[in-house]
Design a binder for this molecule. Sequence first.
Ligand SMILES: Nc1ncnc2c1ncn2[C@@H]1O[C@H](COP(=O)(O)OP(=O)(O)O)[C@@H](O)[C@H]1O
Ligand SMILES: [Mg+2]
Length: 364
Amino acid sequence: MTEADAGFVVFDRVQKSYDGETLVVKDLNLSIGKGEFLTMLGPSGSGKTTCLMMLAGFESATHGEILLDGHPINNIPPHKRGIGMVFQNYALFPHMTVAENLAFPLEVRKIGKSEREAKVKRALEMVQMGAFGGRRPAQLSGGQQQRIALARALVFEPELVLMDEPLGALDKQLREHMQFEITRLAHSLGITTVYVTHDQTEALTMSDRVAVFDDGRIQQLAPPDLLYEAPENSFVAQFIGENNTLEGTVENITDGVAVVRLDDGELIDAKPVNVSKPGERTLVSIRPERVEIDKSRLSPGVHTVHAEVLEFIYMGDIYRTRLRVAGNEDFVIKTRNAPDQRRLRPGEHIEIGWLPEDCRALDA
Ligand SMILES: Nc1ncnc2c1ncn2[C@@H]1O[C@H](COP(=O)(O)OP(=O)(O)O)[C@@H](O)[C@H]1O
Ligand SMILES: [Mg+2]
């Protein structure tokens, strides 16, 4: 990848305030590669749409610069940026047929009739709606309308497509199907995509990289597997996937392992991620599938913790067990349904443990 390809879209120290006082985007530095599928994920109000609107040109940055293919775009109007867009409420024109809706962005770009027709046909086939060109939007289901909106964003072959919660209005099954369709199309056409969602499953399954937003800042920018397995702070650990947390104080850090004293007095081992010295408060984070209930599988010398079984749920492929651990009554473990795995009974008292590298000592 060349330098320009690595930074096809660049946010450079971008800030945004709507009222001249509060910054809703605080200091955004983000470089998106050509052909990359990047998702901005975060809770409502974290600034995702604002970032997309600045990139599209519907809002201007209060500070900093946005570059597209190496050129600053702060002063280029939206329709000249060559960006395709799909939004949850980006309605199709109701008085036009599907084909006319798709031809519209081509007419705006002064593309001749025969080329226009060929491109519309191709775009409709791309979203498997080839037979629907003559219909009006009202004669289509929600999912079909969303497909047409996608085709309209792609019909003029933009290099960059922005999507803001485009699947939010669809039911679960259709949403999952469209997630697959969108990533397949984006990758096969080599389009750079910036996708916004508050749905972490959607972000993890669709993206090359995910930027986790909270409070106007990127909390972590990483590929999906790293976000899940190596969260850099408590916000990301709790926002992505299921996660157990325990509160405590760092006792010591030796050879890359932090010994943490939980608030009930027990000691555990963890990987020091953003704690550095004894006495610091920490929130340790451990995934449900990384907890070991069989002591013989843990390395000798590793600390174990007392747990009381509160609930056992048989889920077919896995067992899901809820425990009380150091005062936390929502400590969940997941174990594979296998002949060598025991089914725990409510009321039972057990010892649990983990590999220190699977447990992360994060900010309190
Ligand atoms: N046009 C606007 N005028 C004033 N405040 C806005 C406007 N758009 C968004 N905001 C505020 O900016 C913050 C970020 O909003 P937004 O970018 O829409 O977040 P998200 O898409 O992550 O939900 C919120 O506090 C929101 O109320
Ligand atoms: Mg939004």
